[in-house]
Design a protein around this ligand. Sequence first.
Ligand code: NCD
Length: 314
Amino acid sequence: MQKNKLSLKGKDIVSIDQLNKEIIFEIFKTTDVIKKQIKLNKPINDLKGKIVTLLFFEPSSRTFSSFSAAIKKLGGQTIEYQNPLQTSSAIKGETLEDSIKVFATYSDAIIMRHFQNGAAQRAANATDKPFINAGDGSGEHPTQALLDMYTIYKKQGTLNGLIGLMAGDLLYGRTIHSLLKGLSYFSNNTIYLLAPKRLRLPNDFIEKISKKIKLIVINNENEIPKNCHFWYWTRVQKERISDLKEYEKIKNAFIITPELLKKYGNNKLIIMHPLPRIGEIDERIDSDPRALYLRDQIQNGLYARMALLKLILK
Ligand code: NCD
């Protein structure tokens, strides 16, 4: 995809790398329009007559259902495969490329989640139809980054000059990778990184991103600065750690408790998590108005995905 062209029509979204600031704001603007249309209960027909295939090789509830709802709310229809390794010809050994070519024949776009890094690019290469990456291994999750950035933008009014904290699994967490890349289009951001030693952000990633974002690695909760605009917490990715004993040791290394929030939080802070949460945010935090993971993030996920599909397919 050409970086400086504003139109997303017919484009693939494999990585946040393919976007730029202008395109991100174009998506936000369309997201605002969709949000208004939905609130006013206006019928939306931007995808009328279109079929989109959802191929999810990895478990998903939120992303899968939010894409499915987004397509239907836009007046489109879906072909849905959860777990195609058990339910499609993939079980017979069909290559990913062949499967994609077949589904592309029946549909106007393909949305795929896969457990292998790089599978999204392979799939996108196999078809001329628009392709959206809904998460590939520990690689990227670009639509999650769009909804996360939209959520931050709506609450803080800017994507520049932010101080953020990212915690949990920074090695395998693809939402972290895409969000950092997305924020690197903006200026003067500082991100504190808090992870168990084994799950730190890879050095080459740090090197690349730190040209655009000030990254500060911290090792302990008591190093969390008190002036953060957002905390972005993630679960330890169990399925990507082969030694279960090790997983058990590090899974809840860092937990948001009411005490932690009281000590290091502030009034303007927002608390985010891509979900699912597996114990790393105490449930007593959920009712705090600053906790957006079960509210704004999910809602914005639907709107932002609708906006993206509209811009790509209309
Ligand atoms: C994330 C994912 O799949 O990467 N979930 C999501 O899409 N909201 C985070 C995770 O699984 O930990």
